[in-house]
Design a protein around this ligand. Structure first.
Ligand code: NAI
Length: 740
């Protein structure tokens, strides 16, 4: 079979997300709902979605909308029909009857159900139709969540299932885990259980919701939404429906039943419209008082909202052993939750899957955990775990490990794919060097640098690792969500607080030196970004020789937001790219003004398609939809370019004052319209000074080093300014810009 046309039925959250992602893959798709108006609205929602579901707006041309009465004929020549209507079995059964009367024989039909078993969905189908029916369980938002669970049973045509798996991996970029027909499949069975445990244990141990989210979050390698904020994000009503289904489908003696009901307050929250972020709020809410927005959290003892209290556990790096051994309530809570997750997951092998590794990967891809339960066990250490846990008598998986008295049990990673992923390759490393911010994986023919700080923020150690790894071709790539959110501003502010401005200058100089070294070193340097590549992160990308980028990226030079200018070569390199355009040949101010617009407004691109016209990506780049393929693609690029000739140094012809005056005019207009305030003007003028080439004119040449110098001078002037410091502190605290 060959998937060339898809019909998606049901244009709600999931149906529209699946349709949008098929559009991204250039697969023609028809989206049907009860009324055409409903699917029209879904189309509008796709176009307006934030973060965007489409790689670029034009992709919408792959989509047609309609209704299930007048446009149902589309099913007759569709290769894949995806049902994503409301979670009601009677409605789903009706739709399948219609589909199987119309569809062509070699098509495949799937449901996106999250809770109804395959055998129940297909109970009314003829045997020959059951062969072609399975569950394709996507996660929300479809473009961004890596996991797709395909649920099949022995009645299925396995060839078709394999085809669908390959198609979803190659064309849709999903991590596809094929699993059996058990309640909640793999991801939700463990992920939702973990949320329920985290929630009930928080109440049992008298932790506030902020405290629970602070522990069941980054310190455990779990996104910072933790449990309560995640409930709000998913929707408290939706969670409640999912849990009702678990309660019904799981055997009475299943451990999940002990936590399935959650908290009594949930019923009241739903009844009063507190369904989470889409409603009036949930466990958290935004309250407006005296024209100020205040984030509040529900106090579970008093059933009242109070301003959120920031909890700082003073943890930089994930260290589970340290966390569970902490001698405070946070340590006790962490151990209680982690141990229950490990006990439950291991008790389900092999009942829900033979591969414990698939459970870990389902949680990585579907819940963005950095470690699954079995990796948590490995990271704590079997000896430590067994000495703390007590009775494991009924758990065959753990009993077996205990009897074998092994130190370590984890074998291969990412078994669900044949691709040679970063996760797999790391285990075959020849030599490993590391410092506090990055690791260098040394192989025979190349090195890999993986940053590993929070959001991969860059500091001196990150630069050290890059520099040390250029003795061979180098690939800069990482497994965590973000390539790099930029320079570590906490690190910079620490120097400033200590009145040590010299160290800031030293660091920026080293940053520049390293980026220059990457650009000109004799071996190819390849960046392979996914997620955020902002500020300093983008400067590393810009000054690499080649780029292999994932389709889910956010790229941009956003320094002006915090009152700074890019100073790791970002201004210089983007300017150089714009100087190579045809327009620049006739207008010397074309490039400086373009870059002034991009950096001044801190414009970002949310896909490679958007990054290209801004020249954040130049001709030397590949685009990859499947994140697992980033490393194989980077290695291929290396092999094709081992004899690369080093980059030629760039020399600029810039008009200096002339260009600057044009930029100042733009700034004045913005100032008069109150779009920028005093400090905005100041930052804009520094940026103008750098991009116009400083004190130069068209008869002179500005070298690359002079451009670095201009960046550094402006950066230092701004960073010493109290108003820039106010911006940095505000953004670090709130995640939002300060306009001053
Ligand atoms: P939704 O409520 O957002 O959308 C359902 C859509 O189905 C609505 O547009 C509705 O008008 C339409 N519909 C109802 N009856 C129909 C019929 N007879 N013919 C055509 N369209 C009909 O629901 P959502 O969240 O998109 O869920 C859809 C499916 O995906 C459900 O089975 C759900 O369990 C599953 N799912 C939901 C996830 C989520 O996060 N929302 C995640 C994974 C799976």
């Amino acid at each position: 079979m060959n998937i060339k046309k898809v019909v998606v039925i049901g244009s709600g959250t999931m149906g529209s997300g699946i349709a949008a992602h098929l559009c991204n893959a250039n697969i023609p798709v028809i989206l049907l709902d009860l009324e055409t108006e409903i699917s029209e609205k879904a189309k509008e929602r796709i176009l307006k979605s934030r973060p965007p579901l489409l790689f670029e707006k034009d992709k919408i041309n792959n989509l047609k909308v309609g209704n299930i009465t007048d446009d149902f004929d589309n099913v007759s020549d569709a290769d894949w029909i995806v049902e994503a209507v409301v979670e009601r079995i009677d409605i789903k059964h009706d739709i399948y009857k219609k589909i199987f009367n119309k569809r062509k024989k070699d098509s495949i039909v799937s449901s996106n159900t999250s809770t109804i078993p395959l055998k129940v969905l297909s109970e009314k189908l003829k045997a020959e139709d059951k062969k072609d029916f399975c569950i394709t369980h996507f996660f929300n938002p479809v473009r961004y969540m890596g996991l797709l669970e395909i649920v099949r049973d022995k009645l299925n045509d396995q060839k078709k299932i394999n085809y669908l798996k390959d198609f979803s991996e190659e064309k849709l970029g999903k991590g596809v885990i094929v699993c059996g027909d058990t309640p909640g499949f793999l991801g939700n069975r463990i992920g939702v259980y973990a949320m329920q445990v985290a929630m009930t244990e928080a109440v049992n141990m008298n932790l506030s919701i902020e405290e629970a989210d602070a522990v069941f979050g980054r310190p455990m390698g779990i996104p910072k939404t933790g449990v309560f904020a995640l409930y709000d994000l998913i929707g408290i009503d939706l969670m409640s429906d999912v849990l009702k289904s678990f309660q019904k489908e799981l055997p009475k003696e299943d451990e999940f039943q002990k936590v399935v009901s959650g908290l009594p307050i949930i019923k009241k929250l739903i009844e009063t419209g507190y369904t989470g972020r889409k409603g009036k709020g949930g466990f958290y809410r935004m309250n407006k008082s005296e024209n100020k927005k205040i984030l509040e959290a529900l106090n579970l003892n008093k059933n009242e909202y109070f301003p959120v209290k920031k909890i700082d556990l003073k943890i930089d790096k994930i260290n589970l052993l340290e966390l569970i051994n902490r001698n405070d309530k946070y340590g006790k809570y962490a151990w209680s939750v982690i141990s229950k997750i490990i006990l439950y997951s291991s008790s389900l092998v092999p009942a829900i899957t033979d591969e414990y590794n698939d459970i870990d990967e389902a949680l990585r891809l579907g819940f963005n955990w950095s470690m699954g339960p079995f990796e948590m066990l490995e990271s704590i250490g079997l000896k430590n775990f067994f000495s703390k846990i007590g009775d494991i008598n009924h758990n065959e998986f753990l009993k077996d490990l205990k009897e074998k008295k092994v130190e370590s049990f984890y074998d291969e990673r990412q078994k669900y794919t044949d691709l040679q992923t970063l996760g797999k390759i790391k285990k075959t490393v020849v030599k490993l060097d590391k410092n506090d911010s990055a690791e260098i994986f040394r192989f025979k023919d190349f090195n890999i640098v993986e940053f590993n700080t929070k959001a991969n923020a860059l500091d001196n150690d990150s630069m050290d690792a890059l520099k040390k790894a250029t003795d061979k071709p180098l690939i800069i790539i990482n497994e965590s969500m973000q390539f790099s959110a930029g320079v570590n501003l906490n690190y910079v502010m620490e120097f400033i607080k200590n009145n040590d401005i010299k160290s800031v200058e030293k660091f920026i100089k080293y940053f520049q030196e390293t980026c220059k070294h990457l650009k000109y070193c004799k071996y190819p340097v390849i960046s392979a970004p996914s997620g955020l590549a902002l500020g300093g992160g983008e400067e590393v990308v810009l000054q690499s020789n080649y780029v292999v980028t994932h389709t889910n990226i956010v790229m941009g030079l956003v320094e002006t937001i915090v009152g700074l200018v890019p100073a790791g070569g970002g201004c210089k390199e983007l300017l150089w790219r714009w100087c190579q355009t045809n327009e620049s040949k006739t207008d010397p101010d074309y490039a400086p003004l373009k870059v002034f617009d991009i950096i001044g407004y801190a414009k970002t691109a949310s896909s490679p398609q958007e990054a290209k016209p801004m020249l954040f990506l130049d001709k030397n780049h590949d685009v990859i939809i499947n994140r697992n393929e980033l490393l194989p693609a980077a290695r291929k690029l290396l092999n094709n370019n081992v004899d690369m000739s080093p980059s030629k140094e760039c020399k600029f012809k810039l008009s200096g004052k002339n260009a600057r005056e044009k930029m100042h005019k733009i700034l004045e207009a913005l100032y008069n319209d109150k779009k920028i305030l005093d400090h905005g003007m100041e930052v804009g003028k520094e940026l103008a000074y750098v991009l116009s080439g400083g004190d130069t004119d068209l008869n002179k040449e500005v070298t690359e080093d002079q451009m670095y110098k201009l960046e550094l001078n402006s950066f230092m002037k701004l960073v010493e300014n109290k108003k820039t410091q106010d911006r940095i502190v505000h953004t670090l605290k709130t995640g939002k810009p300060l306009i001053n």
